[in-house]
Design a protein around this ligand. Structure first.
Ligand SMILES: [Zn+2]
Length: 553
């Protein structure tokens, strides 16, 4: 079985059949979700993989009902997970453009329901509620887009259990938003009722596997839970995993490591509670044996012609580039660094990651584009399509040929990850990027912090790693690569403890040093306090680098 025959074996019709079979309804810890997992279990078994179900406790939240009236008229709306329920909350309505929310005068917001623009985002709700708003209405897109309002990554701990917003939130479509703006302008009140059920549950997690005697494995991951039918988001990713299980069965004799397909719930309505619980339950195994995480989410959308923007790490960029070129003829891939999204719950145990989506919409203009630009920031793509997270995410929004193209890209990446003698992961590139990022922070600190020990250690590490890899046979090189990456990725991507999970908020690279960005604007006392903290963070990085050096000796 060759790479070419594996890629040729991927079938558009079968992928679409799987998508339709997985789309059992809105899958949010309910009967539809159970049915969808049963379908997937059967399909993975039919493919020939060893399948088991795991259940992990997790905190999820469902937007069960919402009503909104203003100016004597009812508006179609939807509330959001992890927000409080409200029973006929009535207050004056005020419109604040999104870009003015941060600077808005609290006196103008106190006791009011604030109408603003864009996809419903936690930081916006928090800002408005801290200024006294009692409720928030988002004007989202052509259709109402579902979003989760939480900065807590995965299920809460005693430290984070109160970190949820305290005001009810609903979203409306742009056409209704226009009417509501007029109502706000003429001084109308709005009345909001919401029912949000937040609860602990057993989150299903399907594990389908082809094991390898080494115990080492590549993970192919994705969520099953969905907003509405969720054909693109994420039955497409589930169909990808099932198709890969089918076509890689015959690759088994050539595999240098195993493959584990892991599909969970709790992504959409638990802020990655499923992937986080899987990480917590298997932390030691992931740290010891997981070589790579290939996440599959939102594939094959109609007109999804932009293939240059998919996320990857420095260590996995070559793998992404190779797969996209081999499978889709893409020669101008740029890629982007992972943000705090895409179920990236495995940075603590240092698992390298590649992909999530591989194709996006071309950039588009118009009012709906504004909402998307806030979410998909590069400006080089239009994100996931107007149907994303809405009632319109139905199978007809997928293009069978583009779905096949995207799955072929995943197949190529998986082939190299499983079959290449030398792991297609570049530890030296990850180290080069990390060193450059530390240098950027040093520059920004403008002489206020001593980076000399760290930079010297990184220099030694760079030389020692290059020597070690050059002298090693494939097995030893793979072991070095794995050990270096699992220690380096947390330094580059994790701010707090590797056993916990940083907040689901924007985070700069090497987030341990993020407070350098606050030095310039700080008063003298705060500046000293920041410098104390940052010296300690630099010590963490020095020791982390030292530990990698001991791995090489
Ligand atoms: Zn998704």
């Amino acid at each position: 079985m060759s790479l070419e025959s594996v890629l040729k074996n991927i079938d558009a019709d079968r992928l679409m059949q799987t998508v339709k079979a997985v789309c059992t309804g809105e899958r949010l810890s309910n009967e539809a979700e159970k049915a969808s997992f049963a379908v997937m279990k059967q399909l993975f078994e039919d493919a020939g993989a060893a399948v088991r179900m795991e259940y992990h406790r997790g905190y999820v939240s469902t937007p069960d009902a919402a009503a909104l009236t203003a100016g004597g008229r009812a508006f179609d709306c939807r509330t959001h997970p992890m927000t409080p329920s409200a029973d006929r909350l009535e207050a004056p309505l005020v419109y604040v453009p999104l870009r003015e929310t941060a600077s808005a005068d609290p006196n103008a917001l106190a006791g009011r329901i604030v109408l603003t623009d864009g996809l419903a985002m936690e930081p916006v709700v928090r800002t408005l509620s801290e200024k006294g708003a009692v409720g928030v209405i988002f004007i989202t897109g052509l259709f109402i887009h579902n979003m989760i309002i939480s900065r807590v990554w995965g299920s809460p701990t005693p430290e984070t259990m109160h970190d949820y917003v305290s005001v009810p939130v609903v979203s409306v479509s742009m056409s209704d938003g226009e009417v509501l703006r007029k109502e706000a302008a003429r001084g109308a009140s709005a009345c909001v009722s919401t029912t949000v059920t937040s609860r602990w549950t057993d989150i299903p997690c399907l594990v389908a596997e082809y094991r390898h005697p080494s115990g080492n494995f590549v993970m192919v991951t994705g969520h099953n839970d969905s907003w509405h039918l969720g054909a693109m988001d994420n039955a497409s990713g589930n169909a990808c995993a099932i198709e890969l299980a089918r076509v890689f069965k015959s690759v088994l004799p050539r595999m240098k490591r195993g493959v584990r397909f892991v599909i969970w719930s709790g992504h959409s309505h638990g802020r990655y509670a499923g992937s986080t619980a899987y990480c917590d339950a298997h932390f030691e195994e992931l740290w010891q044996h997981c070589i790579l995480n290939i996440n599959a989410d939102c594939l094959g959308g109609q007109c999804a012609s932009v293939m240059t923007e998919s996320p990857a790490m420095a260590s996995t960029a070559d793998l992404a580039r190779t797969a996209l070129r081999e499978a889709a003829g893409v020669t101008d891939w740029i890629g982007c660094r992972y943000s705090r999204s895409c179920d990236q719950s495995f940075w603590g145990p240092g698992v390298p990651s590649v992909f999530s989506q591989v194709s996006e919409q071309p950039p588009f203009e118009g009012a709906a584009a504004e909402a998307f630009k806030l979410m998909f920031g590069s400006g080089r793509s239009g994100g996931f399509g107007w149907w994303w997270h809405s009632v319109e995410d139905t199978p007809d929004k997928l293009d069978p040929e583009l779905l096949k193209r995207d799955v072929t890209v995943f197949a190529s990446a998986l082939w190299h990850a499983l079959c290449d003698e030398r792991l297609p992961l570049d530890a030296e590139a990850e180290l080069r990027e990390f060193t450059a990022l530390c240098r950027d922070w040093e520059k920004q600190a403008d002489g206020a912090l001593d980076f000399s020990v760290l930079m010297k250690r990184l220099d030694v590490l760079r030389r020692r790693l290059a020597d070690a890899l050059q002298q090693a046979d494939a097995d030893r090189a793979n072991d070095i690569t794995h050990r270096v990456l699992r220690a380096l990725i947390p330094l580059s991507y994790v701010e707090g403890s590797i056993f916990f999970h940083d907040e689901a908020l924007r985070q700069p690279p090497v987030p341990m040093l993020r407070d350098i960005g606050r030095l310039a604007g700080a008063d003298p006392h705060l500046r000293e306090c920041l410098l104390v903290k940052l010296r300690r963070e630099i010590n963490r990085l020095i020791l982390g680098t030292d530990l990698i050096l001991t791995e090489l000796s």
